[in-house]
Design a protein around this ligand. Sequence first.
Ligand code: MG
Length: 373
Amino acid sequence: MNRVAEETWRARVRGSLLGGAIGDALGGPVEFQDGRSIMAEHPDRLRTFVSGPAEWPPGTITDDTQMTLFTVEGLIRAGVRTDRGLGFTVAVVQHAYDRWLDTQTQPGPTGERDGWLHAEQWLYARRAPGTTCLNALTEARKGEPRIPQFGAEAINDSKGCGGVMRVAPFGLLPAMFPTDWVFDSAATAAGYTHGHPTGKLAAGTLAAIVHEICGGATLDAALDTATALLVQHPNHEETSTTLSFARHLAATGAERGPVTVERLGGGWVAEEALAIAVYAALACPAPEQILDALALSVTHSGDSDSTGAICGNVLGALHGETALPPELVFTVEGRPVILQLADDFALEFTEASKRLHGDYGPHTTWITRYPGW
Ligand SMILES: [Mg+2]
């Protein structure tokens, strides 16, 4: 990558992670609220951070962002691992989710885990974490098959959106990682907790969309490529049909509101969450419409924080960080950590990493922060 291309890519990485957090925080307080009652309170759709249940202050992020940050950390560690000649191992991400589990079961950092993200006290907050994620990761600790491989026998039959809502960072990996590899790796990472084919395939599709966008594709072209990969997999029909309906709704100019969004479902399951996010992004495609898209993606009766998070992941990658609404960037919870992870991800996956750690080189501060496992 030349320097200009690297700057653009870095803006997409920051935009996607920050955009996801903003969508998550926008939708979190209304996750369990009916679309009509949201519209009654916010006639122009929900465009500002509001307070959430259990005294969440405006701008509070939820499990979607927490898990996405651990995905980023896991990918950086997998990158560090390659310097030891071990190859890029997606299973490292499973260990990152295991550390996330600590944040949901312990009052604070135990000091017994390595790295730095696990030591962030603010992440030790339960924000309606997905039961499937908690159960599957708890079972994995008990010695259940820890790393179910893609296509292998499932550990459960869940296609909840808890897989797709955390895998966008796979799409942020640079072009040296081919898009079909990104698809399959994200699907595998979703499969650590979600055993149903749709839970994995929707995740693979999202990562492929984000990866194509980061390579310079338009959203439509990215959707074409991701769909072409999707339909090569068995059991793709649920995801491909719902995604195609989302594109149809956007193309026909259906009224932008909860009634149209809810024709795609509630987003509690993976293919619907992806479809709602894609619909909102397609319906409001310009950089200056990014808040319209995010508002559309969260104003409905379904799983608003996850649909908002995915929409923000896609549009943040597409338009870059400066397109994000400044009043929401400014107040979203966890911004310092989100941006530090984004920048560390960019450092790890560019030439810069050679100066942070080297082939079988001496132990460095970087490796203390990101041990290669
Ligand atoms: Mg959530």
